[in-house]
Design a protein around this ligand. Structure first.
Ligand SMILES: Cc1cc2nc3c(=O)[nH]c(=O)nc-3n(C[C@H](O)[C@H](O)[C@H](O)COP(=O)(O)OP(=O)(O)OC[C@H]3O[C@@H](n4cnc5c(N)ncnc54)[C@H](O)[C@@H]3O)c2cc1C
Length: 406
C-alpha cells in the first residue's frame, strides 16, 4: 500500500495551494456582500482568469472540455485544498452544483446536449442547477416526488414545485428530476432527468428564503413549473433512469463535499491549536489543560479517519469497484466528524467562536447543513444497515459491507 501522492498530482496540489494563498484569500476581502456573491461575480471571474493562467482551471473535466482530467482520487485531494475557502472551488469552476451537472452531462448527455450545455458550463460562461427536492413531500424518499413530465408530441410538459435548488437564481438551465412513469411497482424507475432552460415560459422562481451558513451563488430558492414545455430531446439519458444517473453523479460529488469539509476541519483545528497556545486561564496556557488537550486529540482522530475513508472510497470509484456502501459511510461519518471538530473549535474559542467576525461560527452552521443535504445521515445509515443485513440473511460475513478492506 503506497500513500505517496504521484509527482504530477503533488505538483498540481502545490500550485493550487499557492493560488489559494496568493489569489483566493486576498479576493475574499473584495466580496462586498457575503450573503449574495453574485453581486461580486467579477471577483469570481478574475479568479477564474488567474486559474486559467496558472493551468489549474477545471481539474475534474477531460481535456476536450478544457479540463485537466484529474480522476476521482486526485479530485478528492484537490477538494481538500479548496475546502479552506468557498471561493477556491468557484475559482476552479469545480463547485456544486455545476461540478455535478458537468459530470451528469458527460456520462448521460448526447453530443448535442454536451455542445449546448456542457461546453459553456465548462468554459464558465453559464451556471446551472439541479432540481430534485420538493417542499410539499419528504424528498429523502425519491418515490414521493410529485413533479410530472408528460409527453405531448415532440415535447415534455412539466408541472410541479421544487425548493432548496442551489444556484437557481441566474442559472441558464436546470436538470429537473420529474415523474415520467406511473407504474407503482417501478418505484424510482418512474423518474427521469430533463434539461429545462430557465427562460422557458412557466419556469418561475417564487422566492429565496434566508439560509444559515455559507451562501452559494444563486441561493436555494423555491421554483414553480407551470406547463413548462421543452423539446423531447431534452431528456437526459434514458427514460426512467433518472435516479440511476443521479447516483453516479452523487458518488464523486459526495466525495468532493467530504474532502472540502476535511479542508475546513483542518483549518478549524489549526486555528484551535494556535488559540490554545495564545491564551491563559487559571495560571497556565489553555494548552496545558488536559481537558482541552483531549478535545484536540479527538479532532485529530476524526480528521485522520475521515481522510482515510475518503481516499479509500475514491480509490474504489476510480478502479470501477463497488462503492455505494463506502460513499454512504463517507457522507455520514465525515459530515458528522466535521460537526464535532467545529463544535470543539467553537468551545475552545469561547465567545470568539460565536462571533461572526471569525469564520468558525459560519463553519459551525455549514457543518449542521452537511448532515442534511446530499442525503440525511439517517437515510445513509438505512442504506448501510440494509447492506449489512442482506449479507447476514445469506449467512455471509458483513466484511464486504464494511469497506471490504484486506
Ligand atoms: C444547503 C442545502 C443545499 C441543497 N441543495 C439542493 C439542490 O441543489 N437540489 C436539490 O434538489 N436539493 C437540494 N437540497 C435539499 C436536500 O437534498 C434535502 O433537504 C434532503 O435530501 C432531505 O430532504 P427533505 O429536506 O425533504 O427532508 P425529509 O425527507 O422531509 O426528511 C426530514 C428528516 O427525516 C429524517 N428521515 C427521513 N427518512 C428517514 C428514514 N428512512 N429513517 C430515519 N430518518 C429519516 C432525516 O433526519 C431527515 O433529515 C439542499 C439542502 C440544503 C440544506
Amino acid at each position: 500500500m503506497d500513500f505517496t501522492v504521484p509527482p504530477d498530482l503533488a505538483d498540481l496540489l502545490a500550485r493550487i495551494r499557492s493560488y489559494i494563498e496568493e489569489e483566493v484569500f486576498p479576493a475574499e476581502l473584495q466580496i462586498t456582500d457575503r450573503t449574495n456573491i453574485l453581486t461580486s461575480w467579477d471577483v469570481v471571474e478574475g479568479l477564474r482568469d488567474k486559474a486559467r493562467e496558472r493551468g489549474i482551471y477545471l481539474p475534474h473535466m477531460p481535456e476536450e472540455y478544457g479540463g485537466l482530467g484529474v480522476g476521482v482520487f486526485g479530485m478528492s485531494l484537490v477538494s481538500q485544498e479548496c475546502g479552506v475557502s468557498g471561493l477556491a472551488s468557484l475559482g476552479l469552476n469545480a463547485m456544486a452544483p455545476d461540478e455535478g451537472n458537468m459530470h451528469t452531462l458527460l456520462i448521460a448527455g448526447d453530443e448535442e446536449q454536451k455542445e449546448r450545455w456542457l461546453r459553456p458550463l465548462a468554459e464558465g460562461s453559464i451556471r446551472s442547477c439541479f432540481a430534485m427536492t420538493e417542499p410539499d413531500v419528504a424528498s429523502s424518499d425519491p418515490t414521493n416526488l410529485e413533479t410530472t413530465a408528460v409527453r405531448d408530441g415532440d415535447e415534455w410538459v412539466l408541472n410541479g414545485r421544487k425548493w432548496c435548488i442551489t444556484g437557481a437564481i441566474g442559472a441558464a438551465f436546470a436538470i429537473v428530476v420529474a415523474k415520467t412513469g406511473s407504474d407503482e411497482a417501478a418505484g424510482h424507475r418512474n423518474y427521469s432527468l430533463i434539461i429545462v432552460p430557465t427562460d422557458t415560459p412557466g419556469w418561475e422562481i417564487e422566492h429565496n428564503p434566508e439560509w444559515m451558513g455559507s451562501h452559494s451563488p444563486g441561493g436555494h430558492p423555491y421554483i414553480t413549473l407551470t406547463d413548462v414545455r421543452v423539446p423531447a430531446a431534452n431528456l437526459l439519458g434514458a427514460e426512467g433512469e433518472g435516479f440511476v444517473i443521479a447516483q453516479k453523479r452523487l458518488a464523486g460529488g459526495r466525495l468532493a463535499h467530504a474532502m472540502r469539509w476535511i479542508g475546513v476541519s483542518q483549518r478549524a483545528l489549526d486555528l484551535t491549536t494556535q488559540r490554545l497556545l495564545e491564551r491563559k486561564s487559571f495560571g497556565k496556557e489553555l494548552a496545558r489543560h488536559q481537558g482541552l488537550q483531549f478535545m484536540i486529540a479527538d479532532s485529530a482522530m476524526d480528521l485522520y479517519a475521515s481522510k482515510l475513508m475518503v481516499l479509500h472510497a475514491a480509490w474504489k470509484v476510480e478502479h470501477g469497484l463497488p462503492h455505494r456502501q463506502e460513499i454512504a459511510m463517507v457522507k455520514t461519518f465525515v459530515s458528522e466528524a466535521f460537526g464535532r471538530i467545529v463544535d470543539r473549535a467553537v468551545q475552545i474559542h469561547g465567545a470568539a467562536g460565536i462571533a461572526m467576525e471569525l469564520p468558525i461560527s459560519t463553519w459551525y452552521q455549514d457543518a449542521r447543513a452537511a448532515r442534511i443535504y446530499d442525503g440525511a445521515s439517517e437515510v445513509h445509515r438505512m442504506t448501510i444497515a440494509r447492506e449489512l443485513l442482506k449479507l447476514a440473511m445469506t449467512g455471509e460475513s458483513t466484511k464486504q459491507a464494511t469497506g471490504d478492506l484486506l
